[in-house]
Design a protein around this ligand. Structure first.
Ligand code: SAM
Length: 247
């Protein structure tokens, strides 16, 4: 994928669909998408849209039939191949709903390949609705031009998360008590960034994370960032130093 997106951005609406795309395929949109294209965007028969299915790149679609609650598209040529996404996962302690929604939207735009809610001792949210987070990631991917959605995991307890992780993937632990400066710590290769909740990790959790194999404590600067800011700052710093902002 080019480092600098084509500009000005294409004005065609982009839609994620849950069926495999291919030239000549017919797609029946669900009611929500039909309403969006027909009633909000005011597209009628013959209008063009961009479609992606999360696996086969991006395709040009054409409206064949438009009803009040339904719309049928035919798929034309492929407009883009699947882009390469840096192999970076973001594990974050979920915060309040609005901030978690924001985190997921922005992490999708920044290019996280996988999002992993991790429950810590000071995590205060009781439920994480992954279906809702997936819808937010879809909208962000539609808007920012991604053709592949981030994988969104079910929440997992910190101890289990550490037990199950593959230690070949470097664990960059955002530690507000100090660590390697972000600009010199991120290296190319499979990466996992871990950030804590509003109240931070407990001392016991910090010790556990620091003692995990291939864990690198990282500082995100001299100021204490809010939990959601830290997650996105870590991801942005990774993209600049070791991800696809360098290309
Ligand atoms: N325990 C802290 C306190 O109350 O002073 C606040 C924790 S901070 C709001 C939430 C999380 O963001 C931390 O657990 C850490 O992962 C990350 N974080 C915030 N600022 C950071 C920094 N300057 N360097 C590294 N990580 C940071």
């Amino acid at each position: 994928m080019p480092a600098t997106p084509a500009w000005p951005p294409k004005s065609l609406p982009r839609l994620f669909v849950r069926v495999p795309l291919g030239e000549g395929a017919t797609i029946d949109l669900d009611q929500r998408q039909a309403n969006y294209l027909g009633n909000v965007m005011r597209l009628g028969v013959g209008a063009e849209v961009l479609l992606f299915d999360g696996a086969s790149g991006e395709w040009l679609g054409r409206v064949e039939e438009a009803g009040r609650k339904r719309m049928t598209l035919t798929v034309g040529r492929r407009t883009r191949e699947v882009e390469a996404i840096p192999d970076v996962w973001l594990a974050f302690a979920p915060v309040k709903r609005t901030q978690t929604d924001w985190l997921v939207e922005k992490a999708t735009e920044l290019g996280a390949a996988r999002l992993m809610p991790v429950i810590t001792q000071r995590t205060i949210v009781e439920r994480v609705k992954t279906g809702r987070l997936e819808s937010i990631a879809i909208e962000a991917a539609e808007q920012c031009g991604r053709t592949v959605l981030p994988q969104i995991d079910e929440p997992i307890a910190l101890a289990r998360f550490l037990d199950q992780r593959d230690s070949a993937r470097t664990l960059y632990f955002a530690d507000e008590n100090g660590g390697e400066p972000a600009a010199s710590s991120f290296k190319a290769g499979p990466a996992l960034i871990l950030t804590g909740p509003e109240g931070g990790f407990t001392g016991q959790e910090r010790d556990l994370i620091r003692s995990a194999a291939n864990a690198v404590p990282v500082s995100l600067g001299p100021r204490i960032l809010r939990a959601e800011t830290a997650a996105l700052a870590g991801l942005a710093a990774y993209m600049a130093v070791a991800g696809d902002w360098r290309l």
